[in-house]
Design a protein around this ligand. Structure first.
Ligand code: GLC
Ligand code: MG
Length: 542
């Protein structure tokens, strides 16, 4: 098999810098803290580190509200630290991706401050401004909704006496990418980091950057979408053809640089639509496929979803699988606290064809930290969901307070889990389960989640079948069993509540749960999974 470009077979580890490791004892994770843990990340066996935003920011959305794209927020370190992070990662054979927030800035960005000052200043057209509707323009320019869906995307500025667009939250004004000066300034920021050697970027809400310039109303069609209510169809604000065109322009910028610099888009929609962002290998390299964030623990569901992704992202394109991130629930909580089920999901995630992403702490089975709305720092929880009664929120499987997934990384069982000094108060409380769930405790236990991740990631690294091979779902398996062939390897997972025997066997490479591999057959007990090396394909039957 010919060797593919690095990004087609890489594995990505997401570090949320504020919560990873605090090197200077201010209770806030920082870049030197990440550098200190690069050996851990390398030994885990992932190949790429993606670091969530650490740029200058008032931190109202913890870095997803930038005030200077070419500087580091002081609590995270300096530009020298960022350079050192890139260099030290490279010295360990790791790739580095940073997080680009292109859709919007902070409303405290000097660009916006100027833009808001008048309708005629040089930055006046850097954001999306429009007159209101109705008498005296008191109603928003159109029916576009913010990401929160129940509020308008438009905010009124009494200074300019006009409305400005905020697709996400009110303090995150959308840049006007139709203004060539904006595009030039943002592409310069991209080059600034490429010059420092970064290997690529995760692109924050990339699909909403180019909106309809005529500001046409979105069609009203209330329904549930990905577990959340939607009032309108976002045809004029999301995944527009102009967004796809922008993907190609951005690709041309990263292609100015040697060494395959990579673009990974955070985009939302059906696989077929997301595929369009890749263009003809001249758009984004990868797009997140988020369906695994809201899976049902069900073999048929996985088989259907994998089929859909395989159909829409045939080789050399790659599906990008995500089980957890800083915005959505931890896996453990989705499967009712069942660590065996979470282990089965790890086997699936790391053996599929494509690029898997692992969110810091997922590898030790960190759970959501139950927190009260009244203490929320997350701007969505603090402003939008604040009126949801706590007992209702506690019952939802979707977490409405993103703080719960962002509490400090659990390194050991000491008072602050080894995240920051014991006498310091971390920016978010440490999960009380850190006395059991932590890196130190799991490192030496062969059957721990951490060692399962390590074994699977090591196998991915060494195995051309997993890195570059094809994927074929196995047919006619017993109900509740998911199985697929990756060239000479076979992956089997029993997601049902009954033991199941399948007519496959082979050399046992990785297992979780209780399995019995015999001559020509393998029995999988509930919530178990195996990776087998088999040379002779056998006929499957229940
Ligand atoms: C993305 C980020 C999220 C952030 C939002 C606004 O969805 O993942 O954390 O709040 O964009 O930038
Ligand atoms: Mg610190």
């Amino acid at each position: 098999m010919p060797e593919s470009p690095w990004w087609q077979s890489t594995s990505i580890y997401q570090v949320y810098p504020r919560s990873y490791a605090d090197s200077d004892g201010d209770g806030i994770g920082d870049l030197p803290g990440i550098i200190d843990r690069l050996d851990y990340i390398r030994d885990l066996g992932v190949e790429t580190v993606w670091v969530s935003p650490f740029f200058a920011s008032p931190q109202l959305d913890f870095g997803y509200d930038v005030t200077d794209y070419e500087d580091v927020a002081p609590e995270y370190g300096t530009l020298e630290d960022a350079q050192r992070l890139i260099d030290e990662a490279h010295a360990r054979g790791l790739r580095v991706m940073f997080d680009l927030v292109l859709n919007h800035t902070s409303d405290q960005h000097p660009w916006f401050q100027r833009s808001r000052a008048s309708r005629s200043n040089p930055k006046a057209d850097w954001y999306i401004w429009a007159d209101g509707r109705g008498k005296h323009g008191k109603r928003p320019p159109n029916n576009w909704k913010s990401a929160m869906e129940f509020t308008s995307a438009w905010q009124y500025s009494p200074i300019r006496k006009q409305w400005y667009l905020c697709s996400f939250l009110p303090f995150q004004p959308d840049l006007n990418w139709r203004n060539p000066a904006v595009k030039a300034a943002m592409f310069d920021a991209v080059r600034f980091w490429l010059d420092k050697g970064v290997d690529g970027f995760r692109l924050d809400i990339f699909g909403t950057i180019m909106k309809d310039p005529a500001l046409t109303d979105n069609p009203v069609r209330p329904r549930m979408y990905n577990g959340f209510p939607r009032l309108t169809e976002r045809v004029h604000t999301e995944n527009t053809p102009d967004n796809v065109a922008l993907a190609k322009e951005l690709r041309a910028v990263v292609d100015e640089y040697p060494g395959d610099r990579v673009l990974l888009g955070e985009v939302f929609g059906p696989a077929k639509v997301l595929r369009s962002f890749l263009g003809d290998s001249d758009g984004l390299h990868l797009v997140f496929l988020f369906d695994f964030l809201t899976y049902s623990y069900d073999a048929d569901w996985f088989a259907r979803t994998i089929t859909d992704f395989e159909r829409n992202f045939p080789a050399p394109e790659q599906p990008t699988y995500v089980l957890e991130n800083h915005d959505r629930s931890r896996t453990i909580d989705r499967v009712g606290g069942d660590r065996d089920k979470a282990a089965v999901l790890a086997v699936i995630l790391l053996t599929l064809r494509g690029v898997p992403t692992v969110y810091m702490g997922q590898e030790i089975g960190m759970s959501n930290t139950p927190l009260r709305f009244k203490d929320a720092l997350d701007p969505i929880a603090a402003s939008v969901f604040r009126r949801v009664p706590q007992f209702v929120a506690d019952r939802l499987s979707e977490r409405l307070n993103r703080d719960e997934m962002r509490t400090p990384m659990q390194w050991d069982d000491s008072a602050n889990a080894g995240f920051c000094p014991e006498e310091v108060q971390p920016w978010l409380p440490v999960n009380p389960d850190h006395s059991r769930v932590n890196v130190a405790a799991q490192s030496n236990r062969p059957d721990s989640m951490l060692n399962l991740y390590r074994r699977l990631l090591a196998l991915r690294r060494e195995s051309p079948s997993l890195r570059d091979g094809s994927l074929a779902l196995l047919e006619a398996l017993p109900p509740g069993v998911l199985g697929y062939r990756r060239n000479d390897l076979i992956v089997l997972a029993n997601l049902s509540e009954a033991p199941a025997t399948v007519r496959y066997s082979g050399e046992l490479l990785v297992e979780t749960g209780q399995v019995a591999v015999g001559a020509g057959r393998t029995t999988l007990f509930p919530d178990s999974a195996v990776v087998l090396r088999t040379v002779v394909p056998r006929v499957a039957s229940a």
